[in-house]
Design a protein around this ligand. Structure first.
Ligand code: PMP
Length: 395
Protein backbone atom coordinates (compact mmCIF):
# COMPACT_ATOMS: atom_id res chain seq x y z
CA UNK A 1 0.00 0.00 0.00
CA UNK A 2 1.45 3.32 -0.97
CA UNK A 3 0.72 6.07 1.50
CA UNK A 4 1.58 8.86 -0.92
CA UNK A 5 -2.01 10.16 -0.74
CA UNK A 6 -1.70 10.81 2.98
CA UNK A 7 -1.07 14.25 4.43
CA UNK A 8 1.80 14.98 6.78
CA UNK A 9 1.35 14.75 9.70
CA UNK A 10 -1.06 11.81 9.84
CA UNK A 11 -4.54 12.53 11.14
CA UNK A 12 -4.83 10.39 14.28
CA UNK A 13 -7.53 12.20 16.23
CA UNK A 14 -10.68 10.21 17.04
CA UNK A 15 -12.36 11.42 13.87
CA UNK A 16 -12.21 12.58 11.18
CA UNK A 17 -9.75 9.85 10.28
CA UNK A 18 -7.54 8.97 7.34
CA UNK A 19 -9.58 7.43 4.52
CA UNK A 20 -8.66 4.80 1.96
CA UNK A 21 -7.51 5.69 -1.57
CA UNK A 22 -10.71 4.19 -3.03
CA UNK A 23 -12.96 6.27 -0.77
CA UNK A 24 -10.95 9.38 -1.47
CA UNK A 25 -11.19 8.80 -5.19
CA UNK A 26 -14.95 8.32 -5.02
CA UNK A 27 -15.36 11.50 -2.96
CA UNK A 28 -13.22 13.51 -5.35
CA UNK A 29 -15.15 12.61 -8.53
CA UNK A 30 -17.32 15.24 -10.19
CA UNK A 31 -20.56 15.61 -8.20
CA UNK A 32 -23.62 13.75 -9.52
CA UNK A 33 -27.15 15.08 -9.56
CA UNK A 34 -29.48 13.56 -7.01
CA UNK A 35 -31.47 11.81 -9.75
CA UNK A 36 -28.48 10.56 -11.70
CA UNK A 37 -28.68 6.75 -12.08
CA UNK A 38 -25.15 6.39 -10.67
CA UNK A 39 -26.14 8.37 -7.56
CA UNK A 40 -29.36 6.39 -7.15
CA UNK A 41 -27.35 3.18 -7.33
CA UNK A 42 -24.76 4.46 -4.83
CA UNK A 43 -27.50 5.60 -2.44
CA UNK A 44 -29.43 2.34 -2.69
CA UNK A 45 -26.30 0.24 -2.22
CA UNK A 46 -25.28 2.33 0.80
CA UNK A 47 -28.63 1.64 2.49
CA UNK A 48 -28.37 -2.09 1.78
CA UNK A 49 -24.80 -2.10 3.10
CA UNK A 50 -25.88 -0.34 6.27
CA UNK A 51 -28.31 -3.15 7.10
CA UNK A 52 -25.39 -5.59 6.90
CA UNK A 53 -22.93 -3.50 8.91
CA UNK A 54 -25.54 -2.66 11.57
CA UNK A 55 -26.83 -6.26 11.53
CA UNK A 56 -30.32 -5.07 10.93
CA UNK A 57 -33.10 -6.53 8.79
CA UNK A 58 -35.79 -5.39 6.40
CA UNK A 59 -37.90 -4.33 9.39
CA UNK A 60 -35.46 -1.55 10.20
CA UNK A 61 -35.03 1.58 8.13
CA UNK A 62 -31.58 3.00 7.33
CA UNK A 63 -31.34 6.77 6.84
CA UNK A 64 -28.43 8.79 5.45
CA UNK A 65 -28.87 12.51 6.01
CA UNK A 66 -26.40 15.34 5.43
CA UNK A 67 -24.91 16.42 8.71
CA UNK A 68 -22.64 15.09 11.42
CA UNK A 69 -23.19 12.74 14.33
CA UNK A 70 -24.78 15.55 16.31
CA UNK A 71 -27.50 15.87 13.68
CA UNK A 72 -28.15 12.14 13.92
CA UNK A 73 -28.55 12.55 17.70
CA UNK A 74 -30.86 15.56 17.27
CA UNK A 75 -32.92 13.58 14.77
CA UNK A 76 -33.36 10.70 17.24
CA UNK A 77 -34.44 13.06 20.02
CA UNK A 78 -36.75 15.12 17.79
CA UNK A 79 -38.53 12.08 16.33
CA UNK A 80 -38.98 10.11 19.55
CA UNK A 81 -39.68 12.65 22.26
CA UNK A 82 -42.33 15.26 22.87
CA UNK A 83 -42.16 17.82 25.69
CA UNK A 84 -44.32 15.71 28.01
CA UNK A 85 -42.03 12.66 27.68
CA UNK A 86 -39.01 11.55 29.66
CA UNK A 87 -35.73 9.79 28.95
CA UNK A 88 -32.97 8.09 30.90
CA UNK A 89 -29.38 8.64 29.76
CA UNK A 90 -26.55 6.32 30.79
CA UNK A 91 -23.64 8.73 31.02
CA UNK A 92 -20.15 7.60 30.07
CA UNK A 93 -18.74 10.98 29.06
CA UNK A 94 -19.19 14.27 27.25
CA UNK A 95 -21.30 12.94 24.38
CA UNK A 96 -23.80 11.17 26.63
CA UNK A 97 -24.24 14.49 28.41
CA UNK A 98 -24.83 16.14 25.02
CA UNK A 99 -27.64 13.67 24.37
CA UNK A 100 -29.13 14.48 27.78
CA UNK A 101 -28.96 18.20 26.98
CA UNK A 102 -30.76 17.58 23.68
CA UNK A 103 -33.56 15.84 25.56
CA UNK A 104 -33.83 18.83 27.91
CA UNK A 105 -33.93 21.24 24.98
CA UNK A 106 -36.79 19.22 23.53
CA UNK A 107 -38.60 20.07 26.76
CA UNK A 108 -38.64 16.46 27.96
CA UNK A 109 -37.54 15.31 31.40
CA UNK A 110 -34.21 13.52 31.73
CA UNK A 111 -32.60 11.32 34.35
CA UNK A 112 -28.84 10.90 33.99
CA UNK A 113 -27.09 7.86 35.46
CA UNK A 114 -23.48 8.71 36.20
CA UNK A 115 -20.41 6.84 37.42
CA UNK A 116 -17.00 8.16 38.52
CA UNK A 117 -14.71 9.24 35.65
CA UNK A 118 -13.44 6.20 33.74
CA UNK A 119 -16.17 3.89 35.00
CA UNK A 120 -19.43 2.67 33.46
CA UNK A 121 -22.74 2.79 35.35
CA UNK A 122 -23.80 -0.84 35.74
CA UNK A 123 -26.84 -2.38 34.03
CA UNK A 124 -28.19 -2.89 37.59
CA UNK A 125 -28.00 0.87 38.13
CA UNK A 126 -30.19 1.31 35.05
CA UNK A 127 -32.63 -1.35 36.30
CA UNK A 128 -32.86 0.49 39.64
CA UNK A 129 -33.55 3.84 37.97
CA UNK A 130 -36.17 2.27 35.71
CA UNK A 131 -37.90 0.86 38.81
CA UNK A 132 -37.98 4.29 40.50
CA UNK A 133 -39.03 6.52 37.66
CA UNK A 134 -42.33 6.50 35.82
CA UNK A 135 -41.92 4.66 32.53
CA UNK A 136 -39.42 6.66 30.46
CA UNK A 137 -40.10 6.66 26.75
CA UNK A 138 -36.45 6.39 25.76
CA UNK A 139 -33.19 5.07 27.19
CA UNK A 140 -30.04 6.56 25.64
CA UNK A 141 -26.72 4.73 25.51
CA UNK A 142 -23.33 5.74 24.11
CA UNK A 143 -21.51 2.79 22.58
CA UNK A 144 -18.08 4.44 22.80
CA UNK A 145 -17.88 7.83 24.45
CA UNK A 146 -14.99 9.48 22.67
CA UNK A 147 -14.29 11.85 25.54
CA UNK A 148 -13.44 9.01 27.91
CA UNK A 149 -12.64 6.08 25.61
CA UNK A 150 -15.22 3.98 27.45
CA UNK A 151 -16.83 1.09 25.58
CA UNK A 152 -20.27 0.15 26.85
CA UNK A 153 -21.72 -3.28 26.07
CA UNK A 154 -25.19 -2.20 24.91
CA UNK A 155 -26.88 -5.63 25.22
CA UNK A 156 -27.76 -5.74 28.96
CA UNK A 157 -28.80 -2.06 29.07
CA UNK A 158 -30.96 -2.46 25.99
CA UNK A 159 -32.58 -5.58 27.49
CA UNK A 160 -33.38 -3.68 30.71
CA UNK A 161 -34.79 -0.77 28.72
CA UNK A 162 -36.96 -3.01 26.57
CA UNK A 163 -38.22 -4.84 29.66
CA UNK A 164 -39.36 -1.45 30.99
CA UNK A 165 -41.12 -0.68 27.70
CA UNK A 166 -38.67 2.02 26.64
CA UNK A 167 -37.20 2.68 23.22
CA UNK A 168 -33.42 2.36 22.97
CA UNK A 169 -31.18 4.95 21.31
CA UNK A 170 -27.55 3.96 20.78
CA UNK A 171 -25.02 6.66 19.90
CA UNK A 172 -22.50 4.68 17.89
CA UNK A 173 -20.63 7.67 16.51
CA UNK A 174 -17.23 6.42 17.65
CA UNK A 175 -18.10 2.75 17.43
CA UNK A 176 -20.14 1.67 14.39
CA UNK A 177 -17.81 -0.16 12.02
CA UNK A 178 -15.24 -0.70 14.79
CA UNK A 179 -17.16 -2.30 17.66
CA UNK A 180 -19.58 -5.22 17.60
CA UNK A 181 -23.10 -4.08 16.79
CA UNK A 182 -26.22 -6.27 16.71
CA UNK A 183 -29.02 -3.81 16.09
CA UNK A 184 -31.85 -6.34 15.75
CA UNK A 185 -30.62 -8.90 18.25
CA UNK A 186 -30.00 -6.29 20.96
CA UNK A 187 -33.30 -4.52 20.30
CA UNK A 188 -31.81 -1.14 19.45
CA UNK A 189 -34.47 1.24 18.11
CA UNK A 190 -32.13 3.94 16.81
CA UNK A 191 -28.51 3.02 16.06
CA UNK A 192 -26.81 6.17 14.84
CA UNK A 193 -23.36 7.28 13.75
CA UNK A 194 -21.42 9.88 11.78
CA UNK A 195 -19.44 9.04 8.66
CA UNK A 196 -16.04 10.31 9.80
CA UNK A 197 -15.10 7.74 12.41
CA UNK A 198 -14.85 3.95 12.37
CA UNK A 199 -16.65 3.68 9.03
CA UNK A 200 -13.63 5.44 7.52
CA UNK A 201 -15.55 7.94 5.39
CA UNK A 202 -15.15 11.71 5.06
CA UNK A 203 -17.14 13.84 7.53
CA UNK A 204 -20.60 15.08 6.57
CA UNK A 205 -23.10 12.22 6.81
CA UNK A 206 -25.42 11.29 9.65
CA UNK A 207 -26.30 7.59 9.41
CA UNK A 208 -29.12 6.00 11.36
CA UNK A 209 -30.88 2.66 11.43
CA UNK A 210 -34.36 3.02 12.91
CA UNK A 211 -36.79 0.31 14.06
CA UNK A 212 -40.47 0.10 13.13
CA UNK A 213 -41.35 0.83 16.76
CA UNK A 214 -39.35 4.03 16.56
CA UNK A 215 -41.08 5.07 13.33
CA UNK A 216 -44.42 4.38 15.06
CA UNK A 217 -43.31 6.59 17.95
CA UNK A 218 -42.61 9.37 15.45
CA UNK A 219 -46.06 8.90 13.89
CA UNK A 220 -47.61 9.22 17.33
CA UNK A 221 -45.91 12.55 18.17
CA UNK A 222 -48.35 15.39 18.87
CA UNK A 223 -46.38 17.74 16.60
CA UNK A 224 -43.94 17.17 13.73
CA UNK A 225 -40.21 17.75 14.31
CA UNK A 226 -38.28 20.28 12.16
CA UNK A 227 -38.62 19.21 8.54
CA UNK A 228 -34.97 18.33 7.82
CA UNK A 229 -34.96 15.98 10.82
CA UNK A 230 -38.33 14.39 10.22
CA UNK A 231 -38.12 10.65 9.48
CA UNK A 232 -41.55 10.76 7.83
CA UNK A 233 -40.22 13.22 5.23
CA UNK A 234 -37.20 11.04 4.59
CA UNK A 235 -38.90 7.65 4.61
CA UNK A 236 -40.34 7.68 1.04
CA UNK A 237 -37.07 9.10 -0.30
CA UNK A 238 -34.98 6.35 1.24
CA UNK A 239 -37.44 3.67 0.16
CA UNK A 240 -37.29 5.02 -3.38
CA UNK A 241 -33.49 5.01 -3.46
CA UNK A 242 -33.35 1.48 -2.10
CA UNK A 243 -35.75 0.46 -4.88
CA UNK A 244 -33.50 2.34 -7.33
CA UNK A 245 -36.08 5.01 -8.13
CA UNK A 246 -35.31 8.74 -8.32
CA UNK A 247 -36.58 10.85 -5.45
CA UNK A 248 -36.22 14.29 -3.93
CA UNK A 249 -36.94 15.88 -0.59
CA UNK A 250 -33.76 17.81 0.22
CA UNK A 251 -30.54 17.62 -1.81
CA UNK A 252 -28.34 14.76 -0.60
CA UNK A 253 -24.56 15.24 -0.29
CA UNK A 254 -24.02 13.35 -3.53
CA UNK A 255 -20.21 13.28 -3.37
CA UNK A 256 -20.34 11.88 0.13
CA UNK A 257 -22.91 9.27 -0.89
CA UNK A 258 -20.51 8.16 -3.63
CA UNK A 259 -17.74 7.93 -1.04
CA UNK A 260 -20.02 6.02 1.35
CA UNK A 261 -20.95 3.47 -1.32
CA UNK A 262 -17.25 2.89 -2.07
CA UNK A 263 -16.38 2.69 1.63
CA UNK A 264 -19.13 0.19 2.42
CA UNK A 265 -18.14 -1.90 -0.63
CA UNK A 266 -14.61 -1.98 0.71
CA UNK A 267 -15.73 -2.82 4.24
CA UNK A 268 -18.08 -5.61 3.16
CA UNK A 269 -15.44 -6.92 0.77
CA UNK A 270 -13.27 -7.52 3.83
CA UNK A 271 -16.24 -8.69 5.91
CA UNK A 272 -17.82 -7.20 9.03
CA UNK A 273 -16.26 -9.71 11.42
CA UNK A 274 -12.83 -9.32 9.84
CA UNK A 275 -13.08 -5.53 10.11
CA UNK A 276 -13.98 -5.77 13.80
CA UNK A 277 -11.07 -8.13 14.30
CA UNK A 278 -8.79 -5.60 12.59
CA UNK A 279 -9.89 -2.98 15.10
CA UNK A 280 -9.14 -5.34 18.00
CA UNK A 281 -5.75 -6.15 16.55
CA UNK A 282 -4.90 -2.49 15.98
CA UNK A 283 -6.03 -1.57 19.50
CA UNK A 284 -3.93 -4.39 20.94
CA UNK A 285 -0.80 -3.27 19.11
CA UNK A 286 -1.26 0.38 20.10
CA UNK A 287 -1.91 -0.62 23.71
CA UNK A 288 1.30 -2.68 23.77
CA UNK A 289 3.11 0.61 23.11
CA UNK A 290 1.27 2.48 25.85
CA UNK A 291 1.92 -0.34 28.34
CA UNK A 292 5.61 -0.47 27.55
CA UNK A 293 5.85 3.29 28.11
CA UNK A 294 4.05 2.97 31.44
CA UNK A 295 1.07 5.06 30.32
CA UNK A 296 -2.36 4.66 31.89
CA UNK A 297 -5.71 4.98 30.14
CA UNK A 298 -8.78 6.81 31.41
CA UNK A 299 -11.23 3.86 31.27
CA UNK A 300 -10.69 1.69 34.32
CA UNK A 301 -13.33 -1.04 34.07
CA UNK A 302 -12.41 -4.43 32.66
CA UNK A 303 -13.71 -4.87 29.15
CA UNK A 304 -14.79 -1.24 29.04
CA UNK A 305 -11.98 0.07 26.85
CA UNK A 306 -12.79 1.09 23.29
CA UNK A 307 -11.04 -0.54 20.35
CA UNK A 308 -11.44 2.61 18.27
CA UNK A 309 -9.35 5.03 20.31
CA UNK A 310 -7.01 5.33 23.27
CA UNK A 311 -7.45 8.02 25.91
CA UNK A 312 -4.12 8.31 27.71
CA UNK A 313 -3.49 10.10 30.97
CA UNK A 314 -0.49 12.39 30.55
CA UNK A 315 2.27 11.63 33.02
CA UNK A 316 3.04 14.16 35.78
CA UNK A 317 4.84 17.21 34.38
CA UNK A 318 3.63 16.78 30.79
CA UNK A 319 0.79 18.99 29.56
CA UNK A 320 -1.07 19.74 26.37
CA UNK A 321 2.09 21.09 24.67
CA UNK A 322 2.94 17.43 24.02
CA UNK A 323 0.47 17.44 21.14
CA UNK A 324 2.63 19.87 19.15
CA UNK A 325 5.62 17.60 19.78
CA UNK A 326 3.65 14.56 18.64
CA UNK A 327 2.60 16.49 15.51
CA UNK A 328 6.23 17.39 14.86
CA UNK A 329 6.94 13.65 15.01
CA UNK A 330 4.24 12.95 12.43
CA UNK A 331 0.75 12.53 13.93
CA UNK A 332 -2.04 14.86 15.00
CA UNK A 333 -3.76 13.62 18.16
CA UNK A 334 -6.57 15.18 20.18
CA UNK A 335 -6.49 16.67 23.65
CA UNK A 336 -8.79 16.02 26.59
CA UNK A 337 -12.38 17.10 25.98
CA UNK A 338 -14.02 16.81 29.38
CA UNK A 339 -13.09 19.69 31.71
CA UNK A 340 -11.49 17.22 34.14
CA UNK A 341 -9.28 15.85 31.33
CA UNK A 342 -8.33 19.08 29.57
CA UNK A 343 -4.54 19.36 29.44
CA UNK A 344 -4.31 16.04 31.27
CA UNK A 345 -4.92 13.49 28.54
CA UNK A 346 -4.38 12.86 24.85
CA UNK A 347 -6.70 10.86 22.62
CA UNK A 348 -5.39 8.77 19.76
CA UNK A 349 -7.76 7.43 17.13
CA UNK A 350 -7.15 3.95 15.71
CA UNK A 351 -10.21 3.24 13.64
CA UNK A 352 -11.36 2.80 10.07
CA UNK A 353 -9.07 2.14 7.16
CA UNK A 354 -5.76 2.49 9.03
CA UNK A 355 -6.56 -0.54 11.20
CA UNK A 356 -5.65 -2.62 8.16
CA UNK A 357 -2.47 -0.61 7.51
CA UNK A 358 0.08 -1.61 10.15
CA UNK A 359 2.81 0.67 8.78
CA UNK A 360 0.58 3.70 9.18
CA UNK A 361 -0.59 2.64 12.63
CA UNK A 362 3.02 2.09 13.62
CA UNK A 363 3.90 5.59 12.45
CA UNK A 364 1.16 6.97 14.67
CA UNK A 365 2.39 4.94 17.63
CA UNK A 366 5.97 6.07 16.95
CA UNK A 367 4.95 9.73 16.78
CA UNK A 368 3.04 9.53 20.07
CA UNK A 369 5.90 7.72 21.80
CA UNK A 370 8.58 10.07 20.44
CA UNK A 371 6.52 13.18 21.22
CA UNK A 372 6.08 12.04 24.81
CA UNK A 373 9.78 11.27 25.16
CA UNK A 374 10.59 14.70 23.67
CA UNK A 375 8.37 16.16 26.40
CA UNK A 376 10.31 14.46 29.17
CA UNK A 377 8.81 10.97 29.50
CA UNK A 378 11.57 8.50 30.32
CA UNK A 379 11.02 5.65 27.89
CA UNK A 380 12.47 3.63 25.07
CA UNK A 381 10.72 4.34 21.78
CA UNK A 382 12.44 1.46 19.98
CA UNK A 383 11.38 -1.04 22.63
CA UNK A 384 7.84 0.33 22.46
CA UNK A 385 7.76 -0.17 18.71
CA UNK A 386 9.15 -3.67 19.09
CA UNK A 387 6.19 -4.34 21.38
CA UNK A 388 3.90 -3.00 18.64
CA UNK A 389 5.48 -5.33 16.07
CA UNK A 390 5.32 -8.34 18.34
CA UNK A 391 1.67 -7.76 19.27
CA UNK A 392 0.67 -7.09 15.68
CA UNK A 393 2.41 -10.27 14.54
CA UNK A 394 0.46 -12.34 17.06
CA UNK A 395 -2.70 -11.05 15.37
N1 PMP B 1 -21.16 11.10 19.88
C1 PMP B 1 -19.92 10.62 19.98
C2 PMP B 1 -19.70 9.39 20.77
C3 PMP B 1 -18.88 11.28 19.34
O1 PMP B 1 -17.65 10.81 19.44
C4 PMP B 1 -19.12 12.45 18.60
C5 PMP B 1 -18.01 13.18 17.88
N2 PMP B 1 -16.78 13.14 18.47
C6 PMP B 1 -20.44 12.90 18.53
C7 PMP B 1 -21.43 12.19 19.16
C8 PMP B 1 -20.78 14.11 17.77
O2 PMP B 1 -20.57 13.85 16.43
P1 PMP B 1 -20.18 14.99 15.39
O3 PMP B 1 -18.95 15.65 15.89
O4 PMP B 1 -19.99 14.22 14.13
O5 PMP B 1 -21.32 15.93 15.34
Amino acid sequence: MTSSHLPRPLLAIPGPVEISPAVREAAAAAPRGHQDPALIEAFGRTLESMRRVWRAGQGEQPFVISGSGTLAMDSAVANLLAPADSAVVVVTGYFSRRLAEMVRRRGAAVVEIEAPLGEVPSPEALVAVLAQHPRPKVVCLTHVDTSTGILLDPAPYAAAARAAGALVVLDGVCATGGERLETTAWGIDVALTGSQKALGLPPGLALLVVSERAIEARRALPAAPPMMLDWLEWLPIHRAYEERRPAYFATPATSLIAAAAAGFDELLGIGVDAVLQRHRRAAGAMRAVWTLLGLREVPTGTGAVAHTLSNLWLPEGIGDEVRARIAARGAVVAGGLLPELRGRSVRVGHMGWITGEPEILRRVAAAVAAGLVDSGLGGDVEAALAAFDETWRRG
